[in-house]
Design a protein around this ligand. Structure first.
Ligand code: TMP
Length: 213
């Protein structure tokens, strides 16, 4: 693989239970094993403020209207971009983020009816104008994602508690959003973590050889 002369931002997206966090971790380990400077991060919860916001958003001890919910994700995103993402990109690292702004477009916009154009504007502002160079979309059906979440035997987050119709809306939303995007690589979440990681790495290598001199 060519030496990086600029940072590259990769976002991993998908519904809860799709295997996206496993891919983020495995891809990170793969890059590190090849001595490629890489940072693994996530939204929400990568900064000190983000950890507090993540806990609030996962547990919802008080009711949040969709706009407030989105603005808390946006606050996490602004802090994440400024404190973590931009500095690492300036050091020419690969930054792998487990979720980014597209999750808000789907969870708060498509699924909860917030104005998607408004979310795009605020996302852009919070991300300091830097969108992912590449997105890996781990696609899994709602039924399979819910089955996996139940097998995890972990306390469910407020989003995981929503059930199948909500998850189906999220799958439809991601399919709709990514259909016409040229920088999105869709990976079949039914495959094993090893196969998905290999596919992501091979796609990344092909992409970088094509687009980065
Ligand atoms: P996770 O880190 O375990 O994926 O949990 C984060 C949850 O928050 C997940 O259910 C997706 C949701 N989420 C949103 O609703 N909007 C967002 O912008 C982001 C980043 C996550």
């Amino acid at each position: 693989m060519k030496l990086l002369r600029q940072g590259i931002l990769i976002a991993i997206e998908g519904v809860d239970g799709s295997g996206k966090s496993t891919l983020a971790r495995n891809l990170y380990l793969k890059f590190i094993s090849q001595n490629i400077p890489t940072l693994l991060t996530k939204e929400p919860g990568a900064t000190s403020l983000g950890k507090r916001l993540r806990s609030l958003l996962h547990k919802k001890p008080v009711a949040l209207c969709p706009k407030t919910e989105y603005l808390l994700f946006a606050a996490d995103r602004a802090q994440h971009s400024t404190e973590v993402v931009m500095p690492a990109l300036q050091k020419n690292k690969i930054v792998i983020s487990d979720r980014m702004g597209d999750s808000s477009i789907i969870y708060q916009g498509y699924a909860q009816g917030l104005d998607i154009k408004m979310i795009e504007i605020i996302n852009n502002w919070t991300m300091n104008g830097k969108f992912p160079d590449l997105v890996f979309y781990v696609r899994l059906s709602a039924a399979q994602a819910i089955k996996r979440i139940k097998l995890r035997n972990k306390k469910l987050t407020s989003f995981e508690k929503e059930g199948k119709p909500f998850t189906q809306t999220l799958v439809d939303g991601f399919d709709w959003l990514f259909k016409n995007r040229s920088n999105v690589i869709c990976l079949d979440g039914r495959n094993s973590p090893e196969i998905i990681t290999e596919q992501a790495f091979n796609n990344f290598s092909a992409w970088i050889n094509k687009y980065h001199e």
